[in-house]
Ligand binder design. Structure first.
Ligand code: SAM
Ligand code: SF4
Length: 452
């Protein structure tokens, strides 16, 4: 069945949701809808949701809630809740959003078209939170790419079976399953041919890629992707510390397109809390893996995720996390206040921490990390680093001289994932350039192109 009209897709959440939203967009395009950047012009509005923390869930309800009034003026408007909150809430979503038409769970994408047809034939409310053993495959619509599409996310696996006690993912994304290497390579080759220079491979624990299916290992997959012509850079997230193998460390060291960066979420520096989180490693094991990474891959960029205020986290446990930050010297961290998720076991753990205490610990941690990042960035002054140019920057930095007004201020990213601003007359998005670093700040570096 073909349709006319416009669609608008709103993404809330992680990189995987960004990728999923593109899939939803390509399904809608294949049914004849046109994409619009404005929800006021849309005939169908899809919100792809995230339930990892309470705040993200509330954002989704509030975004979709605003269309109750619009629907009175535009009764044919179709509203869709997709993704993790849809999977978690099922038909309960209609309680807060009576005007909603489709609740599309995380494994229901392949049936989206069928549900649109049911709406056309008179149904008004559809819920699909059924499982699907296969990951839904569609190739990206590269015709709508422009010069800014140099970096893309690619989901290589879905689901998770680690059951960290705070986390909702295993309940809303289902069992772990991987795409075939052939499908992944086909998709990335297509992207590379259409001008994409960098891909970030996504999975909740990429180290266990292909294990259930008896496919090749993750380092072997990296080797295959490394051979794709025209592709310049490969990144990936997320690695689980308990499964980080020496083979993966060697792949980062030896495969020239794999960036010298690793995001390795530690969550806490306290062994007591790590155990309660069911993370499957100790602080000592984590540091051992970091030491191996630093030895094998000098200059590697390291980032992590941390949760503060997990139930029963004492000041001493929190101090252990601070000590770990000082010991590892991450380049950046993503820190979160623990958020109760009713389907995850930790919601029932005793000794929940006060919101105000969590906030205090979070702010303290971010402040400490800001100083550490700036200190680490300062060590790069005078060094030359290679960047991929990502776009124009509107940040004018001290020391920037453009006497005749011909220079553009551009921005790019180093292999180690540092943001680098620089002035240039000739740089284009997608170029690989060498930049001599002149200044360092907590969130970025600043320099001049070598030989410019
Ligand atoms: N699979 C990844 C891993 O094992 O590290 C994490 C994926 S999760 C989408 C991203 C981050 O959200 C986690 O690393 C954790 O720090 C944070 N997170 C997950 N559940 C949370 C919760 N209930 N409260 C606060 N932060 C949470
Ligand atoms: Fe959640 Fe743990 Fe799985 Fe990561 S590994 S998605 S934190 S359950």
């Amino acid at each position: 069945m073909k349709y006319t009209g416009n669609y608008f897709v709103k993404t809330i959440g992680c990189q995987m949701n960004v990728y999923d939203s593109e899939k939803l967009a390509s399904i809608l395009s294949s049914y004849g809808f046109d994409r619009t950047q404005y929800f006021d012009d849309a005939d169908i509005i899809v919100c792809n949701t995230c339930s990892i923390r309470h705040k993200a869930e509330e954002k989704a309800f509030s975004f979709l809630g605003q269309f109750a009034r619009t629907k009175k003026e535009k009764p044919n408007l179709i509203t869709v809740m997709a993704g993790c909150v849809a999977q978690q809430e099922g038909k309960k979503a209609f309680g807060r959003l009576p005007h909603l038409n489709i609740v599309l769970g995380t494994q229901a994408f392949s049936r989206f078209g069928q549900h649109l047809e049911s709406l056309k034939s008179g149904e008004n409310r559809i819920v699909d939170t059924d499982d699907s053993p296969m990951i839904y495959e569609t190739l990206p619509d590269t015709e709508c790419f422009n010069e800014n599409n140099i970096s893309r996310f690619i989901t290589i696996m879905q689901g998770c079976e680690n059951f960290c006690t705070y986390c909702v993912v295993p309940y809303v994304r289902g069992a772990e399953r991987s795409r075939t290497p052939e499908k992944i390579v086909e998709e990335i080759s297509l992207l590379a041919k259409s001008g994409v220079k960098e891909v970030t491979l996504l999975g909740q624990n990429v180290n266990s890629y292909g294990q259930r299916e008896g496919e090749i290992s993750f380092p072997q997959l990296l080797e295959k992707i490394n051979q794709i012509d025209d592709l310049q850079r490969i990144r990936f997230a997320t690695s689980h510390p308990k499964d980080l193998s020496m083979d993966l460390i060697y792949a980062i060291r030896d495969l020239e397109k794999v960036c010298n960066h690793l995001h390795l979420p530690v969550q806490s520096g306290s062994n007591k809390i790590l155990k309660k989180m069911n993370r499957g490693y100790t602080r000592e094991l984590y540091i051992e893996r970091i030491t191996a990474l630093k030895e094998q891959c000098p200059g590697i960029g390291l980032s992590t995720d941390i949760i503060v205020g997990f139930p029963s986290e004492t000041k001493e446990d929190f101090e252990d996390t601070v000590k770990l930050l000082n010991e590892v010297e991450f380049d950046s961290i993503f820190a979160f206040s623990y958020s109760d998720r009713s389907s995850a076991p930790a919601a029932k753990f005793p000794n929940q921490i006060d919101e105000s205490e969590k906030k205090e610990r979070l702010n303290e941690l971010l402040k400490i990390q800001e100083t550490l990042t700036e200190k680490k960035n300062q060590t790069l002054i005078g060094k030359t680093i290679r960047i991929l140019v990502e776009g124009k920057s509107n940040k004018l930095r001290d020391g920037f001289e453009d006497l005749n007004g011909t220079l553009k201020q551009m921005t790019g990213r180093s292999e180690s994932n540092k943001i680098v601003h620089f002035p240039s007359e000739h740089a284009n998005i997608g170029d690989i350039l060498e930049i001599e670093i002149k200044n360092a700040y907590p969130h970025s570096l600043w320099g001049y192109p070598v030989g410019a």
